[in-house]
Design a protein around this ligand. Structure first.
Ligand SMILES: Cc1cc2nc3c(=O)[nH]c(=O)nc-3n(C[C@H](O)[C@H](O)[C@H](O)COP(=O)(O)O)c2cc1C
Length: 388
């Protein structure tokens, strides 16, 4: 069975490593300043190298390191993933672009036309990461006051209209959130492959909607038993609708030649813990974010307190923002933990590391080739000797 493995492209900029304070300074994403790798000053003028060149470097590096494509996240602090995907498409050859977007903020007919154009231009390399929104300040940034479960109703209606218009037959729709009359894609755009749908959200409303729409149900990493239970719930619900979604997990990785060296990276990053920033970022009504926050203890005596099972660490949100869980360990250990997720039913990974460029090469060259090398028996024997 083949596993689809994506890398994350930082749409918010990129910074040197977990060992440095958060300075989004690669390729001038946050403006020009000391410590940037670019742009350079030549003859008193800034040269043209810019954040988009850096994003292209990450896309090309991860493409050549064996990743199938890149996830382009979407938050108020990020670039727009549609625009960046278009810009990066011609820099790459087979690399897929997993564009994160919130259906509420686009008309589905416009989304259909944009998507079909991108599919046609790239030879079918667009993948959807459908975001229904986590509430709080980030939602208000978009002026969106639609209640939590209604956001999933809106997502469902959006995807119904988008699919309805996709093949080119004229569509009339008069729904709760969207209306259209006689909408059809132009003949040249009709009939493209429909983008694969990655769908996330841990609430009941999300699981209901995922059952109908997800090709891949996407989750952040969680303790493995909880992830298994979550996937079982999604699978059972989808089966009632006659569907069988695949499963995907988004995981931060710190992998080094030895486990000690990997934890040493975390130890250095630990000097920059910012719990207030992590709490601010978690504001909202996201059930998934609340689940994750529940695993991060209020009182922490040291970073190893956050190793909830061997090599599974839930402190990433404290040292670089974003999701809490990731894998920390030697190349072999990280590959084994990924293999265990495959045993548990995972069909696709979205991996990430800081800095995105160098870590794409490292994970692609050192970890991916080790996948599928060990048996479940070997892995449980290795785990038995590991103490948390
Ligand atoms: C792997 C993953 C990636 C996500 N990426 C984004 C993103 O780029 N932008 C965003 O606003 N929300 C993102 N989300 C948030 C979810 O799509 C969803 O809005 C949130 O989990 C709230 O849903 P819930 O209350 O049903 O859990 C992501 C969630 C997951 C699991």
């Amino acid at each position: 069975m083949s596993i689809d493995i994506y890398w994350r492209i930082g749409m918010e900029g990129d910074h040197a490593s977990l060992r440095t304070p958060r300075r989004y300074n690669r390729g001038n994403a946050g403006g020009y300043g000391p410590g940037n790798i670019a742009p350079a000053i030549r003859g008193g003028e800034l040269d043209g190298y810019s954040y988009i060149d850096h994003a292209a470097a990450v896309a090309k590096a991860s493409e050549s390191a064996g990743f199938l494509g890149g996830l382009l996240p979407s938050f108020p602090v990020t670039e727009d993933p549609w625009a960046i995907a278009s810009a990066l498409a011609r820099e790459t050859t087979t690399y897929r672009f997993m564009v994160a977007f919130q259906p509420g903020f686009l008309h589905p007919v416009q989304a259909a036309r944009m998507s079909a154009s991108l599919q046609r231009a790239t030879g079918g390399r667009l993948v959807y990461n459908i975001i229904s929104g986590g509430g709080g300040p980030a939602q208000l940034w978009w002026g969106d006051k639609v209640a939590h479960d209604d956001r999933y109703a809106r997502t469902s209606e959006f995807l119904d209209v988008l699919r309805g218009v996709w093949d080119g037959a004229p569509l009339d729709h008069d729904g709760r959130f969207f209306r259209t009359e006689g909408a059809a894609l132009p003949p040249g755009l009709a009939g493209q492959p429909f983008p694969e749908v990655y769908f996330s959200g841990s609430s009941g409303a999300a699981v209901n909607a995922a059952g109908r729409h997800a090709d891949y149900y996407l989750s952040w990493l969680e303790p493995y038993a909880d992830l298994r239970a979550k996937f079982d719930g999604v699978r059972a619900h989808a089966e009632k609708l006659g569907r069988t979604p695949k499963f995907a997990v988004r995981i931060d990785i710190v992998a080094r030649h030895t486990e000690e060296a990997a934890w040493a990276e975390i130890e250095k990053g630990w000097a920059f813990v910012d719990r207030d920033a992590a709490n601010r970022a978690a504001q909202g009504d996201s059930v998934g974010a609340a689940r994750i926050a529940g695993w991060v203890p209020e009182t922490i005596t040291g970073y190893r307190d956050l190793e909830v099972q061997p090599n599974v660490w839930c402190g990433f949100s404290l040292i670089r923002g974003g999701p809490a869980f990731g894998l920390v360990g030697s190349y072999e250990q990280v590959a084994e933990r990924l293999d265990e997720l495959v045993d548990l039913g995972v069909d696709a990974f979205i991996l990430a590391g800081n800095p995105h460029l160098e870590e794409a090469y490292r994970v692609g060259e050192e970890v991916l080739p080790l996948l599928g090398r060990t048996t479940p028996a070997h892995r449980s024997a290795a785990l038995a000797t590991h103490t948390v």
